[in-house]
Design a protein around this ligand. Structure first.
Ligand code: FAD
Length: 686
């Protein structure tokens, strides 16, 4: 073995699956010195996860890649429920929307994980610039030791985590496939032993080792997480496994089953349950319950599971319809269980994300989405803390916010997977069977959670409590008018929820825009001013007064730091950020104005304060910050009274942080206090 060299890095990411890649993307966008290592030789080429929920697509869109995934993916609009009829044969029992309408501008879409990983990797590369170091994925590298110097964890300039990395040989890094001619996912399945211990035990002829000192280490290393195990007993996952085993086939089906291009949940009388997921390129994913290999003792003979066994079971469940295939893309099998960790971070220096802290069954299409949701939540916080733009204690909110979501996920999956795997009840007196109407109802009721749109982070330093206790923290007892002002400013914008999108018209050129597209994931906070009817002189005066106040009290370098924006795809179109062309970094706080006056009654440059059309000596005025909501639909959707207006502060991840009144100077002070508790002024301005 060669001697270990030591290097320093701000963030070390272990594992380059969906969670690790989403985090790498944030690091690349924010210009953080980062290393990303993965023990495998390459990314997934087929199979594994495939379902992208509405909120994940919104997140992709905020990085300028939503349209790519949306364009290539299959969109699942419909779901059919098939149950046994009185004659025991399956029948379509119900057909309905797969995603509740109007929750998002997207619906659930399916595309294989490997393709999305490629898109993420391309976007990570495109984010490099003179101010943004290239973030590269280093394959065939795994950690062998991790040590935290507890004496320096509170020193933000320290590199308290030391990790030894081993560079693996190609043979060590390549997983064994069961069938020589076909990709399987068994090596990633919870039915397979993980190879990490075997690799660690191998001391003969091992590759180069090096030591890395990191400010932060993030374990994105999946369900068998080495990082989690290394952190100690208190990081163990808790939960249970069932004896239900499911097989998965990705095939181009040849079948007379009428709903093969719809999502289907099928329960047969005798042979178990099945789910159909219609995919891109004529592929269909078939999940079948494998009753014959579920021993009931928790031990499973993996050698019994082959693509033929899965197909045979699917045929029995689908009978009298037929099923065959010529082309199979991928297959796997897994055991249903739900586990979640109690702790997601150690000293806010080592973090656990994704499958490393929560695992469950894959049928509700949640794992990859929630895993990326974890690192989408962590990434901007970590990046801005590394850049010394954000107070380090904001990192506490990662565990607070994401553990809550993981627990909800486990509770949902526990209920859903048991109803799915249960035998259909013959009638109301059959207590041992699962009620199919209860199953359908559970699916419908869980829509907000499944789509990711219903996430509601609890009150914290980042999400001011909208109820008045938290909303007025630090002020005197509220007067009745303050109470009314705060509670009703934007009734449908709740702190902790994502800022939903509405279509508004650009004031400058009448182009309709989804408002979310003007909130790209580039590390900036937003203040969205709902101006109401600014054709009224008093309302216009209030908005302009607020503009002046924001410029002096929130946007000035003395109050909020500057941030350099990375190039790369921009959700608003064009080839990338125009920030390249200017030497000046903008404020970390961006201001948008949405008004409900008739568009032609307002002149952008003449009527509005310059904070709403900032000037740059190389780029001229910014025409992209003011929007007309001519018919007041967006104001109505956000719950804003056009006669009063409102101000909504949005975090860099698109979640609402604070809502306050347009009129109330008390509210403006709250806004200033909120930013003051989070941001650190630029060193040059202090
Ligand atoms: P992983 O994807 O497991 O990635 C972990 C990465 O870390 C891997 O690249 C691995 O090589 C690397 N690694 C592991 N150990 C080490 C180590 N010691 N050192 C260095 N690198 C290491 N989810 C959905 O959202 N929708 C779906 O439709 C869906 N379908 C699924 C279908 C199946 C059949 C299965 C099995 C899962 C499905 N999931 C689905 C779940 C989803 O695949 C996972 O939840 C998701 O991949 C978790 O992402 P992750 O990045 O946390 O972990």
């Amino acid at each position: 073995m060669e001697a270990a060299a030591t290097s320093k890095v701000d963030v070390l990411i272990i594992g380059a699956g969906p969670a690790g890649l989403m985090l790498s993307l944030w690091m690349a966008k924010l210009g953080i010195k980062t290393r990303v290592v993965d023990k495998r030789t390459g990314k997934i080429v087929s199979g594994q996860a495939d379902g992208f929920q509405c909120r994940t697509l919104e997140i992709f869109d905020s990085f300028g890649i939503g349209h790519k995934v949306w364009h290539e993916a299959n969109h699942m609009h419909e779901v059919s429920f098939w149950n046994p009829g009185e004659d025991g044969k399956i029948r379509r029992h119900h057909r309905g929307p797969n995603t509740q309408p109007n929750l998002s501008r997207f619906t659930e879409a399916v595309l294989h994980q490997g393709r999305v990983e490629s898109i993420l990797i391309d976007t990570i590369r495109a984010s490099a610039s003179p101010k943004h170091p290239l973030v590269e994925i280093e394959r065939s590298v795994m950690p062998t030791s991790l040590h935290i110097d507890e004496s320096s964890v509170d020193d933000e300039d320290a590199y308290p985590v030391e990790v030894t990395l081993r560079h693996l040989t190609e043979e060590e890094a390549t997983p064994t496939q069961r069938l020589s001619n076909l990709q399987d996912g068994l090596y990633r399945s919870n039915l397979a032993e993980d190879d990490t211990e075997r690799l660690l035990a191998n001391t003969a002829g091992v590759g180069r080792e090096e030591k890395v000192r990191a400010k932060y280490v993030v374990g994105c290393d999946g369900a068998h997480s080495w990082v989690r195990k290394t952190l100690g007993e208190e990081y163990q996952m808790k939960g249970e496994s069932t004896d239900a085993i499911w097989g998965v086939l990705d095939i181009i089906p040849i079948t007379d089953f009428p709903d093969i291009r719809s999502r289907c949940m099928i329960h047969s009388a005798e042979f178990g349950a099945m789910m159909i997921i219609p995919r891109e390129n004529k592929l269909v994913r078939v999940y079948t319950q494998l009753k014959q290999v579920s021993t009931g003792t928790g031990r499973v003979d993996r050698s019994q599971i082959t693509p033929d066994v899965i197909l045979e079971t699917a045929r029995k469940i689908l009978s009298p319809y037929t099923l065959d295939y010529h082309y199979i893309d991928w297959w796997t099998a897994y055991q249903i269980g739900q586990r979640v960790g109690d702790r997601f971070s150690k000293h806010n220096r080592v973090f656990l994300t994704g499958d490393a802290v929560h695992t469950h069954s894959p049928k509700a299409g949640q794992g990859m989405n929630v895993s990326m949701g974890d690192t989408y939540n962590l990434g901007w916080k970590l990046g801005l803390v590394c850049k010394k733009l954000l107070q380090p204690h904001v990192l506490d909110t990662y565990e607070l916010e994401r553990r809550q979501i993981a627990r909800q996920l486990i509770a949902f999956d526990h209920k859903f997977s048991r109803l799915f795997s249960g035998r259909p009840a013959k009638d109301a007196s059959d207590e041992a069977g699962s009620s199919m109407s209860e199953f359908q109802q559970a699916f419908r009721e869980a829509q907000l959670f499944i789509t990711g749109v219903g996430i509601h982070y609890q009150p914290s330093i980042l999400t001011s409590d909208s109820d008045l206790k938290g909303g007025l923290q630090g002020t005197e007892t509220p007067s009745q008018s303050q109470v009314t002002n705060l509670a009703e400013s934007a009734a449908h914008c709740q702190p902790g929820r994502r800022f939903a999108s509405q279509i508004v018209l650009s004031q400058a050129d009448a182009r309709p825009w989804e408002l979310q597209l003007h909130m790209p994931s580039n590390g900036r906070f937003r203040v969205v001013v709902f101006g109401g009817d600014i054709s009224q002189a008093t309302q216009l005066a209030t908005v302009n007064k607020l503009g002046g106040w924001l410029q002096a009290n929130v946007l000035s370098p003395a109050k909020s730091p500057r941030i350099s924006l990375a190039p790369g795809p921009d959700p608003r179109g064009g080839s990338g950020s125009s920030q390249w062309m200017t030497d000046e970094d903008p404020s970390i706080v961006d201001v948008l104005l949405v008004h409900s006056a008739p568009r032609d009654k307002i002149e952008l440059l003449q009527d509005l304060h310059e904070v709403f059309h900032p000037f740059d000596k190389k780029l001229g005025w910014d025409y992209g910050k003011v929007f007309a909501d001519d018919h007041g639909k967006a104001h109505e959707h956000y719950g804003v009274d056009p006669d009063r207006g409102a101000v909504v502060a949005v975090r860099p991840d698109g979640y609402i942080g604070l809502v306050t009144g347009l009129q109330a100077e008390d509210g403006w002070t709250r806004l200033q206090a909120w930013f003051g508790g989070l941001l650190r002024p630029s060193p040059s301005s202090s």
